[in-house]
Every structure is written in C-alpha cells, then in structure tokens.
Design a protein. Structure first.
Length: 247
C-alpha cells in the first residue's frame, strides 16, 4: 500500500488522551489534555485470529494508512467550512510569513494532468520549490475541479490511536490541533490562478518566457497562457487543453 501524504502532521499514540503544552503567556506552559477518542475507522479482517504476528502487524499498518485517508476526508470537509477566500495566490506575500512548507490541494483531474506533465516526487504528491518555500501539490477525491486550498503543511496536528479489536483494528482520532494560530487560516482560491502563480514563480517560469519568445501561441481553446514543456509540447494553465503525447 502506498503511504499517503497528508497536508497535516499525524502522530500515533497509545492512549485516549494526550498531554500537550499550552502557552498561556510570558513563557508559561501548561499541559492540556487532548482527547483521542473520536471514532474514525474500523478494519475487520477475515481470519484475523489465525494470522501470524507479522501478518497482524501488516494489517495494523494498513489500518493506519486507511485511517489517514479517512482523516484526510475529514480535513477536506473542515477546509470547505473554515477556509477564507483569496482571489489570487501571492507567493511573494507568503515569503513574508513564518511557514516554509505549504500544501496546495486540487482536484484529481487537475492533479492527474500535472502528473502527466511533470515527474512526480513519489506517492500521491507533486512538489514545487520557490526560493525557500516548498509546496506539496496534493489531491483528494472529494475536491471538485473548481476548488483549491492552500494551507501551511505543518499547521495542523492530528493524533491517531490504533487499537486491537476482536477481528482487526479500530482507529480513533483527536480534533485537528492548530499549531500555528498566528499564521492565518487556510485559503480557498481558484485552482487555475493558484497553479498559474506557482508556475510563473517557479523555475519553469524561465522556460515559459523562452517558449513565448520562440513563438509559443496562446491556448487555441480559451486564449489563455500556455506553458511549454518541450519543443512543440505545451499545456494551458487556464483550461483543460494540452497537446502532450498520451501515455
């Protein structure tokens, strides 16, 4: 099973409550009990009682990865509620803030197009680096083509507790804990604008400029900006058009 990349930190614990430090000011830290008792996922396995220890350990790992996927869906649902709308993604404005790593969440259709156009770094992510900033471009089935969310990659922390059950494992979770409340809320934006800003601010911008000087035409479908990947091969940042070879 491929390990899932999440736009938040996941920590495994062995109890139904975790003590975490809470800064109450003037350098005073008070431990706060965070419950890890919200039902999240159950994995029942046929013949579980007859499994070897190694097989049970693998089943536990699978349960954890599947629970991460379930928690990712919970995270998307929360983003759809709490994210603030931002018409444009300004990389220069992000560079003035504390977080260095971000996750940009887009639909599977857009993500699959990007994956055809650039070599993935592995798993279910694509990555862009702009100066000191890093962006994981992630996807989830619940996102539609007109949604995109930007969130600091280490802003939220989630505790998971996998427990042995009669015929498998059950996994409970905590609430999502905001580790960086001063970094601002997650942002909601138009995906084509967010991707355009990333491409224009990244190293591919120089390739795009060179391609434009060499006669790369506007998109024949919408007239938008195209980005060349090789001589005669380009894709549009504003619609679904491309002339890339099919795999």
């Amino acid at each position: 099973m491929t390990h899932l990349r999440c736009p938040f930190i996941v920590k495994l614990v062995e109890s139904d409550a975790v003590s975490i430090p809470n800064d109450v000011g003037q350098g005073v830290m008070i431990p706060t009990q965070t419950p890890v008792d919200l039902p999240l996922y159950r994995r029942e396995v046929r013949g579980f009682r007859q499994m070897t220890p190694a097989q049970r350990a693998q089943s536990r790992r699978n349960a954890i990865e599947e629970a991460k996927l379930a928690s990712f869906e919970k995270f998307i649902l929360s983003l759809q509620i709490i994210a603030e709308y931002e018409p444009y993604l300004s990389v220069s404005a992000l560079d003035e803030k504390a977080p260095r790593r971000y996750a940009l969440l887009i639909s599977e259709a857009r993500w699959n197009r990007l994956r055809r156009q650039a070599a993935p770094t592995g798993g279910r992510s694509l990555r862009a680096r702009i100066g000191s900033l890093e962006f994981d471009i992630l996807t989830h089935p619940r996102l539609n083509a007109n949604e995109a969310y930007l969130v600091a990659a280490e802003k939220y922390l989630l505790y998971l507790r996998p427990k042995l059950a009669e015929n498998g494992y059950v996994v409970s979770r905590s609430e999502f804990i905001d580790r960086m409340p001063d970094s601002g809320p997650p942002l909601s934006m138009r995906p084509e604008r967010a991707l355009r800003e990333l491409f224009e601010a990244s190293q591919t911008a120089s390739t795009a400029v060179a391609g434009a000087e060499n006669g790369i035409n506007p998109c024949p479908e919408c007239g938008g900006k195209t980005v060349p990947l090789s001589p005669g091969a380009a894709f549009c940042l504003e619609c679904e058009w491309d002339n890339l070879k099919k795999l």
